[in-house]
Design a protein around this ligand. Sequence first.
Ligand code: SF4
Ligand code: SF4
Length: 475
Amino acid sequence: MKLPLKLRERGASFIGGVHPPEGKALTEHKEIERYVPKAGGEFVFPLSQHIGAPCAPVVNKGDRVLAGQKIADSEAFVSAPIFASISGVVKEIGPRMTVAGSVDPCIVIENDGLYEQAPALFDLKNKPSVNDYIKIIRSAGIVGMGGACFPTHVKLSPPKDKVINWVILNGAECEPYLTCDNRLMIEEADAIVDGFAMVLKLFPKAHGIIAIESNKPEAIEIIGQKIAEKKIKNISVMPHKVKYPQGAEKMLIWSITGQEIPAGIGPLPPALPADVGCIILNTRTVWQIYSALTKGLPVTERIISVTGDAIANPRNLRVPLGISVRELINACGGFNYGGLEPVKILGGGPMMGISMRSLDVPVVKGTSGILALSKFTAHIEDESNCLRCGRCIDACPMRLDPELLDKAVRRRDYKLFEEHLGTNCIECGCCSFICPASRHLTQSLREGKAAVMAARRKAQAQQASQSSKQEAAKK
Ligand code: SF4
Ligand code: SF4
């Protein structure tokens, strides 16, 4: 398939966006190191680590479990099982705090330090056929590991009437400071290319694009070399302009295919990538697919950047899921005291990361980084009045009017918020970043979206209860 001409004309980018300080130099040349925790620590596994139905425990308090053993699952299609990352004894099943600050049901396992492995997901003597891929991907608990955490087997099973022309590997890693995807592409290029070729077997008519921002020249070169060596014809590497949020699904599709994903209007949800013939997978998700299909390994670990100017020794670490953020910060030498104390600690990057209320929270499938920023890099400023400069409108990649939407939320005018498509905000943070008045626009829009969604859920529940009453009255 020919690449669209428009792509070359535009230089593979999108309208809007910003150029925040990259901060990647702290870890971009640091190889991924495996971190092996000592015996005795607690590992915490929230029962919901994905979009969709939460899992229920399949183990009990007091059970001994092995690394790679399933500990929670659900019968729902949109869900993904959860596995122990270490061997040990189930100490507790109960509420614990997560990175997002919520207190959710979790399985707590005490690490025995033996790392005894459970058997592989399938008999490794028999290579799985393409027909088995989706089943194995589901049984491995793979979800979108770029942070969205949508179950991958669902994404790879689009409705039959959708023709998939493009499968896109999202190697943009546009979020500042984070470098773990870049390192993975450099250090495990064979697995990434082979894993992506396996995914393409599910969509034989599609072309595969590996999208990488041009500030990762080593990854672009190595991945390109591997594709050439393996003589793979249906995969191309495509360098993209360095601009945030280049790696957002909608922006990437627009940059590559020139197609826009239709926005949601009123209660109608926005269209999905499959509606415009695309499927997008994160680098780490593809690596995980390769591990599941070739080694029978489920999701038990994550590669994360522990970084920021307030961390003494920033590193890229391969860590078992469920480990505490505090332990990883200590593994990186702790905080960089002496003028660079942390004033902001985030789960994820500076643009879309979540402020952490506690360090005693676990790393989960969607954790891409831990970022500790000092007062010199955190930009914590008080809000002032809007200057009506319009910079937030120019920066918004979704072509929204953040200033107007913010006003609507502050007045609790959710009708106006909906009319101006506020629910299409992707919470990228560009508007807040660019605002000279330091308005907390993204936070405000996030609140607006939550209020509208809650009102819609309430209306749906009322409608359902009214219909069931009418049905009962008819009988
Ligand atoms: S309004 Fe939403 S989508 Fe637009 S820049 Fe702000 S956070 Fe991003
Ligand atoms: S960027 Fe800030 S100051 Fe400028 S219009 Fe938007 S909200 Fe107002």
